[in-house]
Design a binder for this molecule. Structure first.
Ligand SMILES: Cc1cc2nc3c(=O)[nH]c(=O)nc-3n(C[C@H](O)[C@H](O)[C@H](O)COP(=O)(O)O)c2cc1C
Length: 384
């Protein structure tokens, strides 16, 4: 069968064939590869969708290098996703200008004593090894202005703000011929972001992997579309196959922003054990907690969640809490305690049972959605 045609206004806006983006995904663990690395971006863009680099774990220099590598490997459009927190509180880790990276052991020493003691107790109780690794102190998240400047200098076709309102850079981006996307989990922010001049909005429902809000995708989409009008909306949260894509388009979205399904591909960047946990996970196999980053984040449920809940500790502010999760995760992985290993993932984990090439995920999604939308509504539906 020849290639299906499935186009929306989004395809014309960005010069792509299919209205499917891989979501921007940062590293599941400090010091690890990002969830949406160059390989995934190139694979998705080459397959006719839009590949989006997860840039939050990179340094500013690494970000520039990755962008240049994408440009060298594909001439198709692509995006870059950064986290732009409004109030970045680095606590005791602040004021380390000029420090590029630090061993995790040094960072743990800067945490409040109660959190430090808890980590030691967990390690002792479970017989976990200390695992040393370097943590970048100058990531794009800590250097938002410089990182945005790199994206503008490199004329990244689509700038995606995974956190925060990118309104402050829209004018500069447009002047460079770029487009700007923001992400929201509720209608209040949908309206606010749309008013700030962005070109596209992602509405991500509660079921999505990573940082997530309280509104389910089904309720959020129509409300966000109304609130953001005329800014076109992409659907996110719980989309993993052609059924989800068809439903999103039927509800009035111009495309989909897909995280967990693209993480579980050959090109998706996460330790194998994290991908295996997602494959093994059913629809109830995720949990929303502040244990991972300090903000509400949906991840594969693991013993780490229970340990944290029992700790009685308050989570440290984003992104400091990530140090705690990363230190323990590295030890769980080293000790092969798979039941304690977690990583950001959505409820759609329940239908993911195979690691496929990213292009295959995209093609299957297009094929199934095109089929549903042209001729295969379930038999139980009668339409006249
Ligand atoms: C492993 C992982 C890492 C993520 N990291 C980021 C990130 O760095 N920036 C961001 O905007 N969203 C991040 N997200 C959220 C995704 O961009 C996306 O909104 C979400 O995965 C959509 O829901 P789904 O997983 O059900 O497809 C992450 C999600 C996952 C699964």
């Amino acid at each position: 069968m020849g290639k299906r045609i499935l186009r929306t206004k989004l395809c014309d806006m960005l010069g792509i064939d299919y209205p499917i983006f891989n979501a921007g995904m940062g590293p599941t663990l400090m010091g690890e590869e990002t969830g949406a690395p160059v390989d995934l971006v190139v694979a998705v863009s080459e397959a006719g969708g839009l590949g989006v680099l997860g840039g939050s774990g990179f340094t500013v220099d690494e970000l520039r290098e990755a962008i240049r590598e994408i440009k060298a490997r594909t001439d198709k459009p692509f995006g870059v996703d950064l986290l732009l927190p409004k109030n970045l509180d680095l606590g005791e880790g602040a004021g380390m200008e000029g420090v590029d990276e630090l061993p995790i052991s040094e960072i743990l020493k800067m945490l409040p004593p109660a959190h430090r003691d808890w980590i030691s107790t967990v390690k002792q109780d479970l017989g976990l090894p200390d695992v040393e690794f370097m943590v970048k102190m100058n990531t794009t998240t800590v250097r938002p202005e410089e990182s945005v400047a790199v994206c503008i200098e490199e004329k990244v076709p689509l700038f995606c703000a995974g956190l925060g309102n990118p309104g402050f850079m829209v004018e500069r981006a447009h002047a460079s011929g770029m487009q700007v996307l923001a992400i929201t989990g509720n209608t209040k922010n949908a309206r606010r972001m749309a008013e700030s001049g962005i070109d596209l909005l992602v509405a991500q429902g509660h079921e999505g992997g990573g940082h997530t809000g309280r509104i389910g995708t089904m309720a959020l989409l129509p409300a966000a579309i109304d609130a953001a009008r005329p800014v076109p909306v992409l659907a996110a949260g719980g989309i993993g196959d052609g059924r989800g894509l068809a439903a999103a388009l039927a509800m009035g979205c111009v495309g989909v922003w897909v995280g967990t399904r693209f993480l579980c591909t050959r090109e998706g960047g996460a330790p194998d054990i994290v991908k295996e946990r997602i494959l093994a996970s059913a629809d109830e196999g995720t949990r929303v907690s502040r244990a991972y980053t300090g903000k509400t984040l949906r991840a594969t449920y693991s013993g780490y969640h229970d340990l944290w809940d029992k700790s009685g500790l308050d989570p440290l502010p984003f992104p400091i809490q990530i140090m705690i999760a990363s230190a323990l995760l590295a030890s769980f992985i080293e000790a092969e305690k798979a039941d304690y290993v977690t990583g950001p993932a959505g409820q759609i984990s329940g239908i993911i049972d195979q690691i496929k090439p990213a292009a295959q995920v995209l093609e299957d999604m297009v094929e199934e959605a095109a089929d549903i939308l042209t001729r295969r509504l379930p038999d139980s539906v009668t339409v006249a």
